[in-house]
Design a protein around this ligand. Structure first.
Ligand SMILES: Nc1ncnc2c1ncn2[C@@H]1O[C@H](COP(=O)(O)OP(=O)(O)OP(=O)(O)O)[C@@H](O)[C@H]1O
Ligand SMILES: [Mg+2]
Length: 274
């Protein structure tokens, strides 16, 4: 089974210890939630996995990438070139702002096919066919027409679906999703979370879902790790962490939760057409 096993991950930037020995597993076919207050190190953990930590930071520890095809005992030991080969192909990422992974001046079809041709060496026709299939997979309406449109012609929720389509285009084993629904409307959020759940189950993806929002966690994560000042202070099934938090810190985070609609509620109502 594919997935990540992180042990004693440490990251320092200048004199500040941003990650102070993270232990975390993100197995395939499951959503592993990474929660915690702002500045606790969630994003840095995700960036360290794909080798995009800020320039000048020092990283140590082990990030084992278990995978039958491209597994490596420690991603941190890879050359930049070897990491480049894995990034975007076997280990993919989506961000809070979907436009971060999209070019405003290029059609969606061009962006998807460029990605597919670059990583999978497909010809133009095969790449376009796969692009349409991918848009169907993430439920962008009318994929045949969508490939000819530009990013500004889509709603935020649809753009996030497109960013997810690009992320899964090369059939990654690991997907890091950093606050993928934070910028979206609540009703649209539920649809994106449901899509992540489906892709996790159908493709056996190991999803590391980074969010400060325990409400999002309680909707979809299988296990939840709670971070504080660069450490994982609590880690368990979503039920354990949300219902029976052990630390005062987790209790406070949960007490601060707004009431969240159940997953699937009000899904996609405003996601019909751009
Ligand atoms: N480029 C940088 N240089 C120096 N310190 C940084 C840099 N980026 C982040 N940090 C510090 O690293 C720590 C962890 O930041 P990180 O972005 O991982 O937090 P986070 O948990 O994702 O927070 P948020 O919920 O606000 O996204 C913070 O203390 C932050 O100030
Ligand atoms: Mg962050």
């Amino acid at each position: 089974m594919s997935g990540l096993r992180i042990s004693d991950l440490r990251l320092t930037i200048g004199r500040s210890e941003v990650l102070r020995g993270i232990d975390l597993e993100a197995p395939g076919g499951a959503i592993t939630g990474l929660a915690g207050e702002s500045g606790s190190g969630k994003t840095m953990t995700g960036l360290a996995v794909i080798g995009l930590q800020p320039a000048g930071s020092k990283v140590s520890g082990t990030i084992a990438f278990d995978d039958e095809r491209d597994g490596v005992p420690n991603l941190l030991g890879l050359s930049p070139r070897a990491m480049n080969r894995l990034r975007g192909r076997r280990i993919a990422m989506v961000f809070q702002d979907p436009t971060a992974s999209l070019q405003p001046m290029l059609s969606i079809g061009t962006q998807l096919t460029d990605h597919l041709r670059h990583h999978l060496h497909l010809d133009r026709r095969a790449a376009m066919q796969r692009a349409v299939e991918l848009l169907e997979r993430v439920r962008v309406p009318d994929p045949q027409a969508a490939v000819r449109r530009y990013p500004h012609q889509f709603s935020g929720g649809q753009l996030q679906r497109i960013a997810i389509a690009i992320a899964i285009a090369c059939e990654p084993a690991v997907l890091i999703a950093d606050e993928p629904t934070t910028a979206l409307d609540v009703t649209v959020q539920a649809g994106i979370l449901r899509l992540l759940r489906e892709l996790t189950d159908d493709l056996g993806l190991a999803v590391l879902l980074v969010t400060h929002d325990l409400g999002v966690m309680s909707a979809v994560a299988d296990t939840v790790a709670v971070m504080r000042t660069g450490e994982v202070v609590e880690h368990g099934t979503r039920y354990q962490v949300i219902r029976e938090p052990q630390t005062d810190y987790a209790k406070e985070l949960i007490a601060a939760l707004p009431s969240t609609p159940p997953p699937g509620a009000g899904v996609e109502q405003d996601e019909v057409q751009p």
